[in-house]
Write a protein that binds this ligand. Structure first.
Ligand SMILES: [Zn+2]
Ligand SMILES: [Zn+2]
Length: 223
């Protein structure tokens, strides 16, 4: 059985120091889809149908809007609004159910779906690499863990490590626990610094304790 995706990007990002290599990979995947949605994909029937059905979430609307080619965004948002316009004309029926349906209109996203589909292939491939590639565990062990979301996803798909799934989960947990411990220590150093007796001591990497804690909890922030 082959891998779901090419392993080159995984080796590259897992070997580079960062708070979450999967956030780095996801950013690349996301940019690829944004590029497609702003260019060729807008002309494809399948994409138009998908955008009509799902629309864009707030984050991806803003990301599309902040890039060139606003005509492409306008066409797609127009498609979505055409599709959902009748929902705003409904006033009959159970009010709570109606409100639920209205909230759901902005809760789905074509780009989120495509990104998620690709990321699942990465989670599965990483587990398979642990099983098949002798040296991969060393790279995994040398990482600084993951954000909470991506750690949960790696655990979710850990069965793809087959016979080694138990060891794989253990290694993921070791790496993640170590990384959370580092963030906790940095936060403590940051708080201690506010004690006037330690005011002159260098802050070192504790200076970034809060941004790092943010990445660990919610993932990498980018526009
Ligand atoms: Zn992440
Ligand atoms: Zn989205």
């Amino acid at each position: 059985m082959g891998y779901h995706i090419d392993t080159g990007l995984i080796y590259e990002k897992f070997s580079t120091k960062c708070d979450c290599p999967l956030c780095e990979i996801q950013q690349i995947v996301e940019e690829q889809f944004l590029h497609e949605f702003l260019n060729d994909a807008v002309m494809e029937d399948n994409t138009r149908i998908k955008v009509g059905k799902k629309g864009f979430c707030e984050k991806h609307f803003d990301m599309l809007y902040s890039r060139p080619n606003k005509l492409s965004v306008a066409l797609q948002v127009g498609t979505r609004l055409e599709k959902i316009a009748p929902e705003f004309a409904v006033t009959s029926g159970n009010a709570k159910k109606l409100a639920q349906k209205l909230h759901a209109l902005t809760g789905s996203c074509a780009i989120c779906d495509f990104v998620e589909e690709s990321m699942v292939k990465y989670y599965k491939t990483i587990a398979q690499m642990y099983l098949k590639e002798r040296e991969f565990y060393k790279i995994l062990l040398s990482t600084d863990g993951f954000c909470a979301h991506h750690y949960a996803e790696l655990i979710k798909y850990s069965d793809h490590a087959g016979l080694t799934k138990k060891d794989y989960k253990k290694l993921l947990s070791t790496v993640q626990t170590r990384s959370i411990e580092t963030v906790r220590n940095d936060l403590k150093a940051f708080c201690d610094k506010h004690d006037y007796r330690k005011a002159l001591e260098p802050l070192g990497k504790a200076e970034f304790a809060l941004p790092n804690a943010r990445t660990k909890l919610y993932g990498k922030k980018y526009d």
